[in-house]
Design a protein around this ligand. Structure first.
Ligand code: PEP
Ligand code: MN
Length: 337
């Protein structure tokens, strides 16, 4: 850690900072420049993390050298982590092809979607039973009935299933029916939820919050890992921006950015990132080209009748033609699914 003092900080202020560092059993290295003093701190940085050193008079900036996420970091685990969801592997050259409707609407509709997406190459079925809707008057999901439908249709088509859990109280129920928990963008920093999820061993698909930095995303993964659950897959799904012709702004650089900093798999959701069926296929291809460990795509057999996110749903036929292109790209990149 490096502590940068304000220009003109007094000797008494500098001494006070040095004293605080020593009190914590750490060693200060003082470098007095012409205009300002910089203090390097040697020792276990963990001892300093909870200390609001920035609040000490005379301190301008406290710069941590160690990354704040540890278990999620590349330094901690050099090799790519592979997360197993049923028989499907994600990461380390294995792609997750997650597809399905935004919400589970009925057994018949989910079946009508699951068959074609499986045939096209999807290996994990998605669908929300608890939906985080902006309006309280919008369809909120079928709850447990939806979870049962998802499990039954997943079994029928031999696909593991992923679904969102929004509240710690829903964990036992969702855990019973799903193969993977989804933490939605709106809950990426629901730390109590993350801690509870961390106490299960079920794989987690953690979506990036709509105004979360890459570091925030990795810190949220750290919450789950720190509780003992190592099975975290990250998901870039676009962030809020000034651009209003797309639903969100897809941060494609997050993929190689995360890969450099973390061993965890990262996939991309071009559906929520763009909100536009015309942009989803090119962005899905770009995701694989950027090194993503899979894509998460909403598909509906009749988008105009969908109970949520209909306008961004791909028709099964369009999904199948995209998957043909993805297969070629995956081959080229030495990835399998
Ligand atoms: C979803 O996957 O249906 C969803 C609500 O996504 P997000 O949390 O990324 O908005
Ligand atoms: Mn959706």
């Amino acid at each position: 850690m490096i502590i940068v003092l304000k220009p003109g900080s007094t000797p008494a202020e500098i001494d006070h900072v040095i004293e605080r560092i020593r009190e914590l059993g750490l060693k200060p290295h003082v470098s007095a420049g012409e205009h300002r003093t910089i203090i390097g701190v040697i020792g276990d940085e963990n001892k300093l993390q909870a200390q609001p050193l920035q609040a000490i008079p005379g301190v301008e900036q406290v710069i941590p050298i160690m990354k704040p996420f540890k278990l999620a970091s590349r330094e901690f685990t050099k090799k790519d982590t592979i997360v197993n969801v049923g028989k499907v592997k994600i990461g380390g050259g294995h792609l997750a092809m997650i597809a399905g409707p935004c919400a589970i609407e009925s057994l018949a509709v989910l079946d009508e979607i699951a068959g074609p997406v499986k045939k096209a190459g999807a290996n994990i079925l998605r669908g929300g039973a608890f939906k985080p809707r902006t309006s309280p008057y919008s369809f909120q999901g079928l709850g447990e009935e939806g979870l049962k439908i998802l499990r039954d249709i997943g079994q029928k088509h031999d696909m593991p299933v992923v679904t969102e859990v929004m509240d710690p109280r829903q964990i036992p129920l969702v855990e019973k029916y799903a193969d993977m928990f989804q933490i939605g963008a709106r809950n990426m920093q629901n730390f109590d939820l993350l801690k509870e999820i961390g106490q299960t061993m079920k794989p987690v698909l953690m979506k990036r919050g709509m105004s979360a930095t890459v570091k925030d995303l990795l810190m949220s993964a750290e919450y789950v890992l720190a509780e003992g659950n190592p099975n975290v897959v990250l998901c870039e799904r676009g962030v809020r921006s000034f651009e209003d012709s797309t639903r969100n702004m897809l941060d494609m650089s997050a993929v190689p950015n995360v890969k450099g900093q973390s061993h965890l798999p990262i996939i991309v959701d071009p559906s929520h990132a763009t909100g536009r069926p015309d942009l989803i296929p090119p962005m899905a291809l770009a995701s694989i080209a950027a090194g993503a460990d899979g894509v998460h795509i909403e598909v509906h057999s009749c988008p105009e009748k969908a109970l949520s996110d209909g306008p961004q749903a791909l028709l099964p036929g369009r999904y199948a033609s995209l998957m043909e292109q993805i297969r070629k790209l995956a081959d080229l990149m030495g990835k399998t699914y």
